[in-house]
Design a protein around this ligand. Structure first.
Ligand code: GDP
Ligand code: IMO
Ligand code: MG
Length: 424
């Protein structure tokens, strides 16, 4: 297949960064197609840990990295990432699509103000301005990368947006804007100048690469259940995180692509919202500690729970996974037994993944229990895996009817088993 889509199958932080980096060795282009710096993708190479919020994880292998129109871009964050890469003697081959919307200071202020007003009902956003920036995009009032590069138009757009957001902040949220209009114009105009050389037609470049039979990776951010339409709305992000989002967010026609669902061997979620297999006990704390489940972007502790195959079946329905990469299997090592949700029940009746948030909040998970196993991060071959671990992996694969092609047993590149086991 000419292209691979990498998708988080749960609520994000499945290890998309690690797998994208790994697969980038054999690709020609890596593209981010949605989300913004709410994402935090960790890539560990030798003794260096990189945390990418915007730059596609293919950058370490020196691959051209493209930011497509579906992304919302905070230029300050991007410039910082470029600086960190340069400190490490890496010069990113970056291209930014002109249609990409820019996150402005008022987006961050509105994001935080809205959350404060929601109180107990808050979404638990990253407060990076993602929702308000996408709202402006849909409202047709947003500022795009191309606008940042056209001085007169940019001045006019800043003036209009500044006035609107000031009114909203003052009248609804009783808050004053943190910066003046002039300060914002000056700062963003300068950042635009620093990013000017990265301007390029991302959709056109991807279409050309695909036509020339080059290989392209589309690196998803967030996860399926944070999708704006099909996730656990309103406890979701503001973009389409599912595989279908690639086409409209990059500007290429639909075509068949390999779609890898990244599945963490258990489930985590940051922020509010229902979580049927959540572990709120000591075992949950233990998995959080061992798995270092603290947000890459915000540092918040991630909520932890058992693997949920009801969710994953729905995720497969939405994304059409052709392969699965099972990550963080080592984190479950040493547990006496491991549970997996195989069904839900509500009022004593079985239930598929409910489309009603209320039902999802109220339903109970039905578990199948598996024997525990020991995983050593030095394992490299499928045959070296303990039988109990193989049974766990094969059960996931059989239930979803999708092969598990990779099993990750540690954060480093080499801590990966290319499974493609005959067993499945
Ligand atoms: P992403 O947002 O999907 O890219 O995932 P994050 O980077 O936010 O979170 C995944 C975390 O788990 C990172 O700290 C990774 O370094 C780490 N990680 C990835 N795969 C594995 C694995 O197989 N085992 C362990 N122990 N850690 C892993
Ligand atoms: P990666 O790409 C996990 C969550 C936030 C919050 C909700 C809405 O690293 O997997 P937002 O700031 O997007 O408006 O917040 O979405 N969220 C993530 N959770 N991983 C992410 O990205 C996330 N990006 C957003 O915690 O619940
Ligand atoms: Mg993350």
């Amino acid at each position: 297949m000419p292209a691979t889509i990498i998708i988080g199958s749960q609520w994000g932080d499945e290890g998309k960064g690690k797998i994208t980096d790994l697969l980038s060795a054999d690709t020609d282009l890596v593209v981010r197609f949605q989300g913004g710096n709410n994402a935090g993708h960790t890539v560990i190479v030798a003794d260096k840990t990189y945390k990418f919020h915007l730059i596609p994880s293919g950058v370490i292998f020196g691959k051209p990295c493209l930011i497509a129109s579906g992304v919302v871009l905070d230029p300050a964050v991007l410039l910082k990432e470029i600086a960190v890469l340069r400190e490490n003697a890496l010069e990113p081959k970056l291209v930014i699509d002109p249609h990409t919307n820019i996150i402005m200071p008022w987006h961050q202020e509105l994001d935080a103000a809205k959350e404060a007003v929601l109180g107990e009902r808050k979404i638990g956003t990253t407060k990076k301005g993602i929702g308000p920036c996408y709202a402006d995009r849909v409202n047709r009032t947003g500022i795009r990368f191309i606008d940042l590069l056209e001085e007169d138009l940019f001045r006019e757009k800043v003036a209009r947006n500044y006035a609107d957001s000031k009114l909203l902040l003052e009248s609804v949220y009783q808050q004053s804007p943190r910066y003046s209009e002039q300060e914002i114009f000056d700062q963003y105009h300068e950042m635009g100048a620093s990013l000017r050389s990265y301007y390029g037609d991302v959709g056109g470049l991807v279409a050309k690469a695909l036509k020339e039979s080059k290989h392209v990776i589309f690196e998803g951010a967030q996860g399926t259940f944070l999708d704006i339409s099909y996730g656990t709305y309103p406890f979701v992000t503001s973009s389409h995180t599912i595989s279908g989002g690639v086409f409209s967010n990059v500007g290429i026609p639909p075509m068949s692509m390999d779609t890898i669902g990244i599945v963490k061997a258990y489930t985590t979620r940051v922020g509010s919202g229902p979580f049927p297999t959540e572990l709120t006990d000591k075992l949950g704390d233990k998995i959080r500690e061992i798995g270092k489940e603290f947000g890459t972007t915000t540092g918040r502790p991630r909520r932890v729970g058992w693997l949920d195959l009801v969710m994953l079946k729905y995720a497969h329905r939405l994304n059409g996974f052709t392969q699965l990469a099972l990550t963080k299997l080592d984190v479950l090592s040493g547990l006496d037994s491991i549970k997996v949700a195989v069904g839900y029940r509500l009022a004593d009746k079985p239930l598929q993944f409910p489309l009603s948030l209320k039902q999802l909040e109220q339903c109970e998970a039905v578990y199948e229990e598996f024997e525990g196993f020991e995983i050593d991060s030095s394992l490299r071959e499928w045959d070296q895996l303990p039988e109990a671990a193989k049974k766990y992996i094969n059960f996931i694969s059989k239930t979803l009817q999708v092969p598990v092609s990779m099993v990750s047993v540690g954060p480093a590149r080499k801590e990966t088993i290319m499974a493609s086991s005959g067993e499945q």
